[in-house]
Design a protein around this ligand. Structure first.
Ligand code: DGL
Length: 264
């Protein structure tokens, strides 16, 4: 057993969708969340910069004595996870594997769409992983760079969000996909708008629950689940913005602890 906290990291608010799923699945675990709000978005940046920023954020969390870290950011999982797994001596989990597994489980025709940031889509990591597990998978990847600022602004049901989604998702029409991976942890916050555009026949994959299940499995295997202590939850950011607190309140759906700004 270990009462050390779990670290959850994202470039901004998106990882709160994963944090909510982790809290639901693992209510005894303490969590330290870090949102790199001073440098969001990551998805428009180079692989080298994403790796450097991610490494700095993980070093901060590792310094907080966490027992495992969830990289709740697809852009960082795509560009930094394989390298950082060798650098940090604690379990590191990304979000891509969980999304890929869930999509292959759900899809009947194996025609799968993936939407994400430019960094994630250009890395081709989803297509590679899907095809590695199922060579019959036909994958269409689309970058939707304006989705992240929409979420960070809290424009979740705004008509502009709908118009932008229609524009980005147009290439999917007529392609016959039955499953769409939300390959950015910000996007579940736009689920309503995205579902309206692609139609109810397409299943949307939000990897948050699968990531929480994978984390639970690792903690059990390593005999590290928490127990016998009141869990705590800390939200830290690299820049204090009113929108972060507002969204945190909306998506954690309960009283949110004070948000603390940190400087590396
Ligand atoms: N939430 C992130 C992701 O899953 C990053 C978005 C961004 O910073 O561009 O990719």
């Amino acid at each position: 057993m270990s009462n050390q906290p779990i670290g959850i990291f994202d470039s901004g608010v998106g990882g709160l969708t994963v944090m909510a799923a982790v809290r639901k699945a693992l209510p005894n675990e303490s969590i330290i969340y870090l949102g790199d709000t001073a440098r969001v978005p990551y998805g428009t940046k180079s692989a080298e910069t994403i790796l450097r920023y991610t490494e700095e954020c993980l070093a901060f969390l590792a310094g907080k004595n966490v027992k495992a870290i969830v990289i709740a950011c697809n852009s960082a999982s795509a560009h930094a996870l394989p390298y950082l797994q060798h650098k940090f001596h604690l379990p590191l989990l990304g979000v891509i594997e969980a999304g890929v597994e869930a999509a292959l489980r759900v899809s009947r025709n194996k025609k799968i769409g993936v939407i994400g940031t430019a960094a994630t889509i250009n890395s081709d990591v989803y297509a590679k992983e899907l095809k590695r597990r199922d060579e019959t998978a036909a994958v269409t990847g689309l970058a939707c760079p304006l989705f992240v600022p929409l979420v960070e602004e809290g424009w979740l049901d705004h008509p502009v969000a709908f118009e932008i989604a229609q524009h980005y998702l147009k290439p999917l029409a007529g392609g016959g996909i039955d499953t769409l991976i939300l390959g950015c942890t910000h996007y579940p916050l736009l689920k309503n708008v995205i579902q309206k555009v692609v139609g109810d026949d397409v299943d949307l994959i939000d990897s948050a629950e699968s990531v929480a299940a994978a984390l639970q499995k690792i903690l059990t295997e390593k005999k590290m689940p928490a127990g016998g202590q009141k869990p705590f939850c800390q939200l830290t950011v690299t820049d204090q913005t009113p929108s972060f607190e507002k969204l945190a309140r909306r998506f954690l759906g309960e009283e949110v602890p004070a948000v603390k700004r940190i400087v590396f």
